[in-house]
Design a protein around this ligand. Structure first.
Ligand code: TYD
Length: 200
């Protein structure tokens, strides 16, 4: 059964809107829903978010990866695990799959080692389903309006991240629902809800 789902994609794919609309639809269907976002979602995580995304910092790639993992461990322990324990559905805007794609693939640190670091911190609190909003890197880059430290780096990074997401989805077809990000939001939400119903 799907209890924790995460929306993923390159910058500009429209994850935040889909996560919000999906959470609203699941509430309308009678579920109690906890909505979170990464990086952030806790006071400590929001402070780490400022370090990660602020334009002034020159972060080493491993420092970056560890800070994402640290913010995520805090969110899993203090928000997501308690929400799941009280029976809520959790809808997350990004998850550790973002780190696999951006730090593992995009930065070239390696997906397996980034997975290990993150799963160590998460202690089993991992998404049951990943909704991958698929978009080509050029369109995403053009659609992104407010650029942070990572999304402002340029199109090459976005190409590598998009390729990493595709290979993650191919390697774990049971965990991924891959959706065309250019579809109307309502269609995307309906497709995801249909998959969740099927997997009940
Ligand atoms: P996000 O807040 O989702 O930004 P946006 O809504 O503009 O897409 O994420 C901020 C940036 O952080 C984005 O470029 C993706 C990046 N990121 C990583 O590189 N690794 C991670 O683990 C996460 C969660 C995000």
């Amino acid at each position: 059964m799907i209890r924790y789902l995460a929306v993923e994609g390159i910058d500009g794919a429209g994850k935040s809107t889909v996560a919000r609309e999906l959470a609203a639809e699941l509430s309308r269907l009678g579920h109690r829903v906890t909505q979170v976002r990464e990086p952030g979602g806790t006071p400590v995580g929001e402070s780490i978010r400022e370090i990660l995304l602020g334009l002034g910092h020159d972060l080493d790639h491993w420092t970056e990866a560890m800070l994402f993992a640290a913010a995520r461990a805090q969110l899993a322990a203090t928000v997501i695990a308690p929400a799941l324990a009280r029976g809520d559905l959790v809808v997350s805007d990004r998850s550790y799959y973002s780190s696999l794609a951006y730090q593992g693939g995009g930065r070239g640190l390696g997906i397996d080692v980034v997975r290990q670091v993150n799963e160590t911190g998460l202690r089993g609190v991992v998404p049951d389903l990943i909704v991958l909003l698929r978009l080509d890197a050029e369109s995403g880059f053009a659609r992104e309006d407010e650029r942070d430290r990572i999304s402002s780096e340029g199109i090459e990074l976005q190409h590598r991240v998009a390729a990493a997401y595709d290979s993650l989805a191919a390697a774990e077809p049971d965990r991924f629902v891959v959706v065309d990000a250019t579809l109307p939001i309502a269609d995307i939400v309906a497709a995801v809800v249909a998959v969740m119903e099927q997997l009940r």
